[in-house]
Unconditional design. Structure first.
Length: 172
């Protein structure tokens, strides 16, 4: 499955087959998860979850911007951050550090995946964690370290940027 999700400063592409854990989680199930964590499904939490469902991946700032355009009253950034923390604590959202800035959040049903982050153009490609199994095995053999490579960012240069860089070197 290949799809592009254009975002404010990055492009995300899924280049995997069916994701593990993909599929929609019902609002009632999410409310049950919150109750189990001792929390309630409030209006702001519902809006944050809906925005993440629409966006796929988002930083708190991107969520705030999306919430400012969803037809309801804007939420202060502090409310967005607090809700993300409580939702993550309850297991309803996950985060990863794709760049050196704020974390990027997504819903658990978005599935396990790697983020291949191009340092040249900013393109972000989602790839199957199975591609990192050799890395995990090598870390185990060399260091006895049991790496969890289900959701991580790997920085480098995409094919297009490598080709452009190679072409630029030939011209000069």
């Amino acid at each position: 499955m290949r799809r592009s999700m254009l975002r404010s400063n990055s492009r995300y592409r899924a280049v995997m087959g069916t994701r593990e854990g993909s599929g929609s989680t019902s609002a009632a199930h999410r409310a049950d998860q919150l109750r189990e964590a001792g929390l309630r499904m409030t209006g702001p939490r519902r809006r944050v979850l809906a925005a993440l469902e629409r966006l796929g991946h988002a930083t708190p700032e991107e969520l705030s911007a999306a919430l400012a355009e969803d037809g309801a009253a804007p939420l202060p950034a502090s409310t967005v951050y607090r809700n993300l923390e409580s939702l993550a604590g309850a297991g309803l959202v996950r985060h990863s550090h794709v760049h050196h800035g704020p974390p990027t959040y997504h819903l658990p049903e978005h599935g396990d995946h790697l983020h291949l982050v191009c340092r040249g153009c900013g393109d972000i490609v989602e790839a199957s964690p199975s591609l990192a199994q050799d890395l995990a095995r090598n870390l185990w053999e060399a260091h006895g370290f049991d790496a969890q490579v289900t959701h991580m960012a790997i920085h480098g240069h995409c094919r297009d940027c490598r080709s452009k860089h190679h072409h630029d070197q030939e011209v000069t």
